[in-house]
Design a protein around this ligand. Structure first.
Ligand SMILES: Nc1ncnc2c1ncn2[C@@H]1O[C@H](COP(=O)(O)OP(=O)(O)OP(=O)(O)O)[C@@H](O)[C@H]1O
Ligand SMILES: [Mg+2]
Length: 371
C-alpha cells in the first residue's frame, strides 16, 4: 500500500490505509484499465456484483454488465476526452446485480494512463424525486387534489365572499368586522388554491433563452426588500454562463421559493445566503425508455448557513404539504420540483448545520430549440 499512498496528492496519516477507506465506502468503486478490464473493486462493488474481488478483477466491465450498457460509454468518454463524466439515471439489470438505477461517475486516473476510476451510486436523491414526481401516483394525488380544490372550493368561496360583501352594506360597525373577516379568510384560501392550481397544469411550458443571472438578480432584489431584509447575500457567478433554455417567470418562482426557504432558515443575526452559478461538464440525465441523454451543464446553487434539514424530513422534502413552519403550506419545494422537472432539469440538496445547499441543474439552449 506504500506505493498507492505515495501517489495520493494529500498526505494520509501513516497508519491509515486507503484500502480501508475504500472498503468502508458505501458506494461502488472500480478501476478499469485501458483494455476495459476491471483491476480494482471495493467491498461495496463486491456486494453489488454479488461476487468476490478475485472474480471481478480480471473480467471486462462489458462482461460484468452487458456489452451495450451505457456505463461503458461513460467510461470511454472519460478516458478518451480526459474529463470527469457523470450520468444520472442509468438502469442496469443483470442476474448478479438485479435491477438498479444508478448515478455513474467516471474519472481518468492521471497517474495510470488509460485507466478510469468508476463510482456507482444508487439512484441519487434528485433522480428519485424526478421519478417520484413523474410517477403516476404522486402526480395524480397532487393533480387531482388541485383540480378538485379549484371546482369544489374556489367556486363556492366566491359565492361566500360575494354574500359577505352584500351583508356588509347593511351591517353595523360590529358586524362589519365579522364580514371583513369572512372576506379576508376566503381571499386567503383562494390564494392557497391558486398556488395548488399550477400542479394541475399539464401544458408544455413556453421556453426560450433565459439569462439566469438576471433571474437571480431580480429574485435577490425582491428578497432584499422583503423577507430577506436582514440577510447578507453573496454572489459567486460565472459570467460566461450561456443562457438557460427555460421559462423566465417559472425560473423566478423556483429561485424565489429556494431563497425564501433559505432566508427562513438562517439565523436572525449573521444570516448569509450564497448564490452561485457554474458551468459543469459531463452532467447528463439518461431519459427513461430511450437512448437519449440530456445535458444539464448549468448549475445554480443556493446555500444558507441555517441549522440544516432535519433527518426525518429529507426523504419527503419535495412532497406537497410537508412543512415544519407554523404558517407554511409545504408547497414551495413541491412547486420547485415540478418546474425543474418540466424543464428537464434536476434538483438535489445536501445539508449539514450551517451549510445547506440546493443545487438546480438546467439545460442550455441548443440548436433546434424553439423559443
Ligand atoms: N434551506 C432550508 N434549510 C432547512 N430546512 C429547509 C430548507 N428549505 C426547506 N426546508 C424544510 O423543508 C420544508 C418544506 O419546504 P417548502 O418550501 O416546501 O414549504 P414551507 O417553506 O414550509 O412552506 P411554504 O413554502 O409554502 O411557505 C420546510 O418547512 C423546512 O422544514
Ligand atoms: Mg418554502
Amino acid at each position: 500500500m506504500a506505493k498507492s499512498s505515495a501517489m495520493l496528492r494529500h498526505p494520509v496519516a501513516p497508519q491509515l490505509d486507503p484500502a480501508l477507506v475504500l472498503g468502508a465506502l458505501a458506494s461502488t468503486v472500480l478501476v478499469v484499465d485501458e483494455d476495459g478490464v476491471v483491476r480494482y473493486v471495493n467491498a461495496a462493488g463486491e456486494q453489488m456484483f454479488a461476487s468476490g474481488a478475485a472474480y471481478i478483477c480480471g473480467h471486462a466491465l462489458a462482461d460484468l454488465l452487458s456489452p451495450d450498457s451505457p456505463i461503458l460509454s461513460v467510461v470511454l468518454q472519460a478516458r478518451d476526452e480526459s474529463i470527469v463524466v457523470s450520468e444520472y439515471g442509468i438502469a442496469i439489470d443483470t442476474p448478479r446485480t438485479g435491477h438498479r438505477v444508478l448515478t455513474v461517475q467516471a474519472a481518468p486516473v492521471v497517474e495510470l494512463p488509460g485507466s478510469v476510476v468508476v463510482s456507482l451510486y444508487e439512484q441519487s436523491m434528485a433522480a428519485k424525486i424526478g421519478t417520484q414526481l413523474s410517477s403516476r401516483s404522486a402526480a395524480r394525488s397532487v393533480t387531482a387534489m388541485a383540480a378538485m380544490l379549484a371546482h369544489e372550493v374556489k367556486n363556492p368561496l366566491s359565492g361566500i365572499r360575494g354574500a359577505a360583501q352584500l351583508l356588509e352594506q347593511g351591517a353595523g360597525e360590529d358586524d362589519r368586522v365579522l364580514t371583513r373577516l369572512i372576506v379576508d379568510e376566503t381571499d386567503r384560501i383562494v390564494g392557497l388554491v391558486d398556488r395548488m392550481e399550477v400542479f394541475s397544469d399539464k401544458r408544455p411550458i413556453e421556453r426560450g433563452p433565459v439569462n439566469i443571472h438576471q433571474v437571480l438578480e431580480h429574485v435577490r432584489r425582491l428578497a432584499e426588500n422583503g423577507f430577506g431584509r436582514a440577510v447578507r447575500f453573496v454572489e459567486t457567478y460565472d459570467p460566461s454562463l450561456p443562457p438557460v433554455y427555460g421559462n423566465r417567470d417559472q425560473l423566478v418562482q423556483v429561485f424565489l421559493n429556494l431563497i425564501k426557504n433559505a432566508a427562513e432558515a438562517v439565523p436572525a443575526d449573521g444570516g448569509e445566503i450564497v448564490l452561485s452559478t457554474a458551468y459543469q461538464h459531463g452532467i447528463r440525465l439518461a431519459l427513461p425508455g430511450s437512448e437519449a441523454r440530456r445535458h444539464l451543464p448549468l448549475a445554480v446553487s443556493i446555500q444558507d448557513n441555517g441549522p440544516g434539514i432535519p433527518d426525518d424530513l429529507r426523504p419527503h422534502m419535495f412532497d406537497a404539504f410537508v412543512t415544519t413552519k407554523p404558517t407554511g403550506t409545504g408547497l414551495g419545494l413541491a412547486l420547485v420540483a415540478k418546474i425543474v422537472g418540466d424543464h428537464g432539469g434536476i434538483i438535489e440538496f445536501e445539508s449539514m448545520p450551517r451549510r445547506t445547499v440546493f443545487r438546480v441543474m438546467l439545460p442550455m439552449v441548443q440548436e433546434g430549440d424553439v423559443s
